[in-house]
Design a protein around this ligand. Structure first.
Ligand code: PHE
Length: 446
């Protein structure tokens, strides 16, 4: 793409939307959303989360897409080209966040691969007794296994980015994303009809605002940014491969909508099962990997359902991991002028190494720090600090600094009217920055 040749482009607008949705829909929806919701009291958290997605998340997403498409560069280069000064630091923070997120994302990605195989090799026998928790516990303490699968996951991620984004991944998303959706619907039916499911449904769907505190907002904001892949230049990078003819606001709405649907559906699968099997809703990172096998164990054809589910979760994770690695790689290609292949391999290896402490922490080999293991700490730093901070500056940038350019970009130079332009502008100018700053200052509970 760089090095004198023309910049790579998506085949079509649908290709772009699918790739952006592929980035957004990932472990954040199915692994992270349920356990963060569980730790933050359930339905009241969900209400705040959805509101933040459509007000702040959508606005920042559109802002990122506009910046990237206009500049046609990576996150750092885009800020340098459009304004310069201190602004490239925002891009830099994004590259660092991408580095950190992918490090532990690769570890969880490895779990998904291992669980595909486990589905057919005995996991279901334990799950049929409601004992998937023990399986999970002994799996994550088996370091060689966990790191081995992390390496496999990272290898596949590196391979795809090495090859460039083209055909394969887009085609694969087109088939597998709808499949994931249908499978979630089937699983909802199974989960809500489990004996004892009702309690889970009311935890998930009946808001009890007394359970809310300042920390709830911080967690919801972090989850919104993480799930939509915002605040770290991912949508800037993907937008930079988009042609000038396509319209941006529609694409941003579609990505937000798809991402939220998948998260909400995943909650409908997980929470009834959590309560039916007496798992603690605040159990943390293992929640999905414990409750779902328990559900599959109760179903005829359990291994097939389970295998299929973890396969799709793997694919969802892969398309997100690719976007994370692409942010770092695009930066190295454009700014350090390295060929794509070399850039991908160097970034991929460093990120994989940084993931190892996360794997060791979950196994209890590295001690916890203030109640959080290494993975949780890295996740907290990236999702609850770096991403919202990135989002804050991105909103300010289009709201106050690069305002005319942004207006032209979101309306395709005036040829594609954007009805919500004025509200969007004011969300970027005031609402998002104030809300993020407020949540940040009051709600950042470590
Ligand atoms: N949105 C992805 C998910 O939900 C994670 C991600 C975060 C991807 C930031 C890219 C950038 O799993």
């Amino acid at each position: 793409m760089s090095n004198g040749t023309e910049r790579e482009q998506w085949g079509s607008k649908i290709g772009f939307v699918l790739a952006a949705a592929g980035s957004a829909v990932g472990l954040g929806n199915i692994w992270r959303f349920p356990y963060i919701t569980g730790q933050n009291g359930g339905a009241a958290f969900v209400v705040i989360y959805v509101a933040l997605i459509f007000i702040i998340g959508f606005s920042v997403m559109l802002a990122e897409m506009a910046i990237g498409r206009n500049a046609q560069l990576n996150a750092v280069g885009s800020f340098r080209k459009l304004k310069g000064g201190m602004w490239p630091i925002v891009g830099w923070m994004g590259v660092i966040a991408g580095f950190i997120i992918l490090s532990y994302y690769g570890v969880i990605g490895g779990w998904t691969i291992s669980y595909i195989l486990k589905s057919f090799t005995g996991l279901m026998d334990f799950a049929a007794q409601g004992e998937a928790g023990q399986v999970f516990g002994s799996f994550v303490s088996n370091i060689p296994q966990v790191i081995g699968w992390q390496l496999v996951f990272m290898f596949v991620t590196i391979f795809v980015v090495y090859k460039g984004i083209g055909g394969g991944i887009e085609k694969c998303c087109r088939v597998l994303m709808p499949a994931l959706f249908i499978l979630l619907l089937v699983l909802i039916v199974r989960s809500v009809t489990l004996p004892g499911a009702g309690e889970g449904l009311s935890f998930y769907l009946k808001p009890d605002f007394s359970k809310m505190n300042a920390g709830t907002f911080g967690a919801a904001l972090g989850q919104a940014f993480f799930s939509l892949s915002l605040g770290m230049g991912c949508m800037i990078t993907y937008g930079s491969y988009l042609g000038k003819k396509e319209t941006l606001p529609g694409a941003a709405v579609q990505v937000c909508f798809l991402d939220t649907m998948v998260a909400l559906l995943a909650g409908l699968v997980i929470f009834p099962a959590v309560f039916a099997f007496g798992v603690d809703a605040g159990a943390g990172a293992g929640l999905t990997f414990i409750t779902l096998p328990n559900v599959f164990g109760q179903m005829p054809g359990g291994p097939i359902w389970s295998g299929l589910f973890f396969l799709l979760l793997f694919v969802a994770a892969l398309t997100s991991a690719i976007s994370l690695l692409e942010v770092v790689t695009a930066y190295i290609i454009d700014e350090i002028k390295m060929p794509r292949q070399k850039a991908t391999i160097i970034a991929g290896i460093l990120i994989t190494l940084l993931g190892i402490p996360s794997a060791l922490g979950v196994a209890g080999i590295i001690p916890k720090f203030a109640g959080r293991d290494f993975l949780d700490s890295a996740d907290f730093l990236a999702s609850n600090v770096l991403l919202p901070l990135g989002g804050l500056f991105i909103a300010l940038f289009v709201g106050w600094v690069w305002t005319d350019g942004a207006k032209k970009e979101v309306t395709n130079n005036g040829s594609a009217p954007f009805g919500l332009y004025v509200p969007w502008l004011w969300v970027c100018r005031l609402v998002a920055p104030i809300a993020i700053a407020y949540i940040f200052i009051t709600g950042l509970k470590w």
